[in-house]
Ligand binder design. Structure first.
Ligand code: UTP
Length: 285
């Protein structure tokens, strides 16, 4: 079955970024001149997924506006002769078929995914976290879909992290299956380094069969009183095989100030128009 839909959870409070996130979603913070969430939407579009279900909240309207047409701005750009900018803006709004569902109370990532259940229906779907961007988005999204096509089961993307950092992530115990495809044996949410089964962290890209939904319903609140997606995947493991792979390139977390800055600088240094000047500037600091 072809994967046609993706769930993009963007309803979190972003407390690690207050006061900036009081009225501005962290998913709309720019990486130079493009909001983080647009990188993720482009990643999904690159593999032909245009039915994008945003799980939003009442403080996240800017995201809906960003993916809509803006006739006033479009008129202005037309009159100012800025056709290139105009095309880019209109293309993005035309390419995506967004659906917005509200998570009325922020009860965690697992809960956010379950809010999309009626819209997803009985079909496989991708989940892409709204505050994680990948260095190689298209390659990794293709890999996620490819493993699903071959093995017909849920898939999670992993990356190696330094062993002393594992307590920030969901961590997987895996076994090699075939080539670079892994099979998941267990998962632990934010383990202490001495209790971690590996240093392979979940990076925020998943592909689920619809069997995940009843597992989320069964999941009781875990760390921080939130319904954790990782705990729901552990329940899924009792019923179905779950596959995994190590992503190519880096995964950038943008959900806290330091990692956001590291991401911003990495992206800016790679840009042809500003990268060289920025590098020279950094050397002078
Ligand atoms: P995070 O845990 O990084 O986001 O969730 P958060 O809860 O906003 O962060 P802090 O701890 O308060 O700073 C990863 C992604 O899942 C979404 C977030 O918006 C983010 O894009 N999320 C998280 C939801 O949609 N709903 C939730 O209840 C929690």
């Amino acid at each position: 079955m072809k994967v046609r839909k993706a769930v993009l959870p963007v309803a979190g409070w972003g407390t690690r970024f207050l006061p900036a996130t009081k009225s501005m979603p962290k998913e709309m913070f720019p990486l130079i001149d493009k909001p983080i969430v647009q990188f993720i939407v482009e990643e999904l579009l690159s593999v032909g997924i245009d039915n994008i279900i945003f799980v939003t909240g009442r403080h996240k309207r800017a995201i809906e506006d960003h993916f809509d047409f803006n006739p006033d701005l479009e008129n202005h750009l037309q009159q100012a002769g800025k056709e290139n900018l105009l095309e880019d803006l209109k293309n993005l709004s035309a390419l995506i078929n967004p659906i917005y569902v509200r998570q009325k109370t922020q009860k965690g990532l697992g809960h956010a995914v379950s809010v999309a259940e009626t819209v997803v229906g009985n079909e496989p779907f991708v989940v892409a976290l709204g505050d994680v961007v990948l260095e190689k988005p298209e390659e990794n999204m293709k890999k996620l879909l490819g493993i699903f096509e071959e093995f017909k089961g849920s898939v999670i993307a992993l990356t190696e992290v330094p062993p002393d950092q594992v307590s920030k992530y969901g961590v997987a115990k895996v076994k090699k299956l075939k080539g670079d495809v892994l099979i998941v044996e267990d998962l632990v949410e934010k383990p202490k380094p001495e209790e971690a089964p590996s240093n392979l962290a979940i990076v925020g890209r998943y592909l689920f069969t619809p069997s995940i939904f009843p597992c989320i319903s069964e999941t009781t609140p875990g760390k921080g009183g939130e319904i954790q997606l990782t705990d729901a995947i552990r329940l899924l493991l009792r019923e179905e095989k779950v596959y995994a792979f190590k992503i190519e390139g880096k995964a950038y977390d943008t959900g806290n100030p330091l990692d956001y800055l590291k991401t911003l600088i990495s992206f800016a240094l790679r840009r042809e128009d500003i990268g060289r000047d920025l590098r020279e500037f950094i050397k002078t600091l």
